[in-house]
Design a protein around this ligand. Structure first.
Ligand SMILES: *Cc1c(COP(=O)(O)O)cnc(C)c1O
Length: 388
């Protein structure tokens, strides 16, 4: 039977018959896996022993989660790491050597940019940032030593989409690896390998865990790129742990209903912001009329409850501080993807170099949680009224 997404999310990654009848795969902690015979030990060296080889390479709890994400995302292989950032840095390290060149979307996550600007630069790898709207114009930036194009669609601060299929097609003509930080879309709402990516990266800290209580990264990839990625993953020691995998598996069971509610509330609130006189721009790729909406509609089927609202320039920092300080339901804090609503004034200083930011007013990044949507709106409305 070709099972639907909700069924897969309920059933993948668990096997009661092999787990003392338990509904959930248990937390199996171990450093050492015992081999009863030399033949078993030797099988493990070929990655063929049924219980694996060593704790760092994953126990059944870890594999239950990676298998689930692999199936949902349509990847050939999925590897887990200690954080979203470690997935990004491990994936990049797997592809580059001294003298190589990277093309990176100007809207990527700050620590991705910092890794390129510090560690990779120090190792003699040069990065060129490009305007996320570049499309086929990427061809002009490709050099003989370009090894990777790194995308983040949409960027998690400025919500700029990229034309992934157009960029990937050109990159592949030059044997360039295409990587993408797909945290916003989650493994549910885009098909990275159909769009032409070779490595799809997620911060599982966000919706996969869904409860703001762990850090984890995901790297999914193709059959062709897997051996390279696996070797670097092993050599970097970038592993996660069974406790967090248990929690993330518990989180992913409910990712679909959580996101259905959170997306709906986010779109309703994004649309409501458009009707407010204090607002200069709302950026939410799933919102008709928003920047990037046409690409989103073509390539994605949903996404995060995370968007940006830019206020008109006449509202001073002191006024916006009043707006934020008085909120009852929206907490200020980094991260997103949990069940709770969050808000942050965003600062782009040092995070852009290839394309200009069009606004003078303050931009707020908003994450919509599972609270009642009318309560959230009332809190935000009271906040906007404090600007007057
Ligand atoms: C949070 C985030 C990361 C980093 O993930 P951590 O698990 O916090 O290391 C990477 N990319 C995006 C888009 C994120 O939002």
């Amino acid at each position: 039977m070709d099972k639907k997404l909700a069924t897969k999310l309920t059933n993948l990654g668990r096997n009661p018959a092999e787990n003392a009848g338990a509904v959930n795969t248990g937390i199996i902690r171990t450093s050492t896996i015992i081999f009863p015979t030399v033949a078993d030990l030797e099988a493990s060296e070929r990655d063929e022993y049924r219980h694996g080889s060593y704790g760092r390479h994953g126990t059944p709890t870890v594999h239950a989660l990676s298998d689930t994400i692999r199936e949902i995302e349509g990847a050939d292989h999925t590897l887990l790491t200690s954080s979203g950032v470690s997935a990004i840095t491990t994936a990049l390290m797997s592809a580059v050597k001294t003298g190589d060149h990277l093309l990176v979307a100007d809207c990527v996550y700050g620590p991705t940019r910092a890794f390129c600007d510090f560690e990779l630069k120090r190792l003699g790898v040069e990065t060129t940032y490009f305007d996320p709207a570049i499309g086929t114009g990427i061809a002009e930036l490709i050099r003989p030593n370009t090894r990777v194009v790194f995308l983040e669609a949409p960027g998690s601060l400025t919500f700029e989409m990229q034309d992934i299929p157009a960029i990937a097609e050109i990159a592949h003509k030059h044997n360039i690896i295409v990587m993408g930080d797909n945290t916003w879309a989650t493994p549910l709402y885009m098909k990275p390998f159909e769009l032409g990516m070779d490595v799809s990266i997620h911060s599982a800290t966000k919706y996969i865990s869904g409860h703001s209580d762990l850090l984890m990264g995901v790297m999914s990839t193709t059959k062709a790129y897997y051996p390279t990625l696996l070797n670097t993953h092993k050599r970097m020691g970038a592993c996660t742990n069974p406790e967090d995998c248990y929690l993330a598996l518990r989180g992913i069971r409910t990712i679909l209903p959580r996101l259905e509610i959170q997306q709906k509330s986010a779109l309703e609130i994004a649309e409501w912001f458009l009707s407010r006189k204090e607002v200069a721009e709302v950026r939410h790729p799933a919102l008709p009329g928003s920047l990037g909406h046409e690409i989103w509609k073509r390539d994605f089927t949903g996404g995060a409850a995370l968007f940006a609202v830019t206020l008109k320039p006449e509202y001073s920092k002191a006024k916006v501080d009043d707006l934020l300080n008085g909120l009852e339901l929206f907490a200020m804090g980094y991260s997103w993807g949990g069940y709770e609503s969050l808000i942050l004034p965003i600062k782009l200083g040092g995070l852009r170099s290839a394309s200009a930011w069009p606004h003078k007013g303050i931009t707020l990044r908003i994450h919509i949680g599972l609270e009642d949507v009318n309560d959230l709106k009332a809190d935000l409305a009271a906040g906007l009224n404090r600007l007057a």
